[in-house]
Design a protein around this ligand. Structure first.
Ligand code: TXA
Ligand code: MG
Length: 355
């Protein structure tokens, strides 16, 4: 299959109206188009077409029981596909369009294939202007997982989508780098009006708690115990893990540098804060240094993480080290992604013992 690649300026979408119309036609006809959102790139197909869902699973190499998020142009469109409640509209007023996904009971209008066999469906109304216009012109919900091959980091730039999806889908819309760089916050709405956090993201627990009570699913920060059923099917699948083992270090920069210099690894990479870049480069001259962002700027770190992990994977490191993120605010999202990429390998240097 030949994949058409088109460039669209998210700040001037009207200039690309014809290209986006073509993309919408492809989706209406059952084809697949990767498109930018404010979180990560999505791999879009018609959310009402079971064949499109099958094609998405196959293009990603994803098990078909791992459900897809349907993307809508306006929060009220959720009525057509789900049973909403008051909490949904409170969340929508505050956070939509934006990086929030809400899991609700599904209506029959959403095929079982899109839902991965569940009775619920996840809805999201993205704020990226390209995504928004594409959904509007398609005139139906767009089912879209992240546009990576299953097991790779989510794509935050069109080059990542091209690397994973060229030849597997009909079109890729290149809208530059995604603003946020981590996938949306996902909450499941409960019957009593409360919610359960299934995946942390840019919208934090504290922000959600201003709307209604929030529980946090165990799998957000912990390993899911053997045999426990995941609330979100995605949690049970192996997550992205770099080819080299990723080790998270919990300690100050001095303890981190000391620990790494005492380990006898051949070719190593270190992810660090820009504040420490020079010191790390000077004291560990044989390591490759990747800068996540300023230490006190978690949004900047989130924006760079997946792209750095993809870059690091191109080298054959024997180990990759990174600082253990804090679980405060957006830090929880970074923590959740990094702890999975590290298969929960954390070394606690503060107390000098493994955690
Ligand atoms: O930011 C995002 O959410 C991106 C962009 C493209 O919108 N999409 C995305 O989709 O990250 P995906 O499929 O890569 O991750 C969605 C996660 C999966 O782990 C899936 O299991 C879970 O959401 N999910 C989808 N529908 C669900 C449902 N009905 N109940 C529970 N979890 C669900
Ligand atoms: Mg994904």
């Amino acid at each position: 299959m030949i994949t058409k690649i088109i460039k669209v300026d998210p700040d001037n979408v009207i200039k690309s109206e014809n290209d986006i119309k073509n993309a919408a036609e492809i989706i209406k006809n059952g084809g697949l188009v990767a498109f930018p959102t404010e979180t990560v790139y999505g791999l879009g197909g018609d959310g009402t077409n079971p064949d499109a869902a099958r094609r998405i699973y196959s293009a990603k190499g994803r098990p078909s029981d791992n459900p897809l998020i349907i993307h809508i142009a306006s929060p009220a469109d959720a009525e057509r596909y789900t049973y909403t409640n008051e909490t949904y509209y409170k969340l929508a007023d505050r956070f939509m369009p934006g990086p929030l996904t809400v899991v609700l009971m599904a209506r029959e209008s959403v095929p079982i294939e899109t839902r991965g066999g569940l009775s619920t469906v996840a809805v999201r109304c993205p704020s990226n202007p390209v995504a928004h216009r594409l959904i509007e012109l398609t005139q139906r919900p767009i089912a879209a997982p992240s546009a990576n091959l299953s097991g790779s980091p989510s794509p935050t730039d069109a080059s990542h989508v091209i690397a994973d999806m060229q030849g597997r889908i009909d079109m890729i819309i290149d809208g530059g780098m995604c603003d946020i760089g981590l996938e949306s916050t996902i909450v499941k709405l409960e019957d009593d009006g409360s919610m359960m956090l299934l995946r942390p993201g840019k919208i934090t627990v504290d922000e959600l708690a201003c709307i209604a009570p929030v529980g946090i699913a165990d799998a957000v920060v912990d390993k899911l115990p053997e045999g426990q059923v995941a609330l979100s099917p995605g949690m049970k699948y192996r997550h992205y893990a770099p080819k080299a083992p990723l080790v998270l270090l919990d300690g100050d920069i001095d303890e981190v540098i000391k620990h790494i210099s005492e380990e006898n690894n051949k070719k190593i990479a270190i992810l660090c804060y820009s504040d420490h870049k020079e010191e790390v480069a000077r004291r560990l001259p044989h390591a490759d240094v990747y800068v996540l962002g300023a230490r006190n700027n978690i949004n900047e770190q989130a924006h760079h993480l997946f792209s750095i992990l993809r870059d690091a994977d191109k080298h054959s490191y024997s180990k990759i080290y990174a600082p253990l993120p804090s679980m405060e605010g957006v830090g929880l999202a970074l923590y959740n992604r990094m702890i999975r990429a590290a298969a929960h390998t954390v070394i606690n240097l503060r107390q000098g013992k493994n955690g």
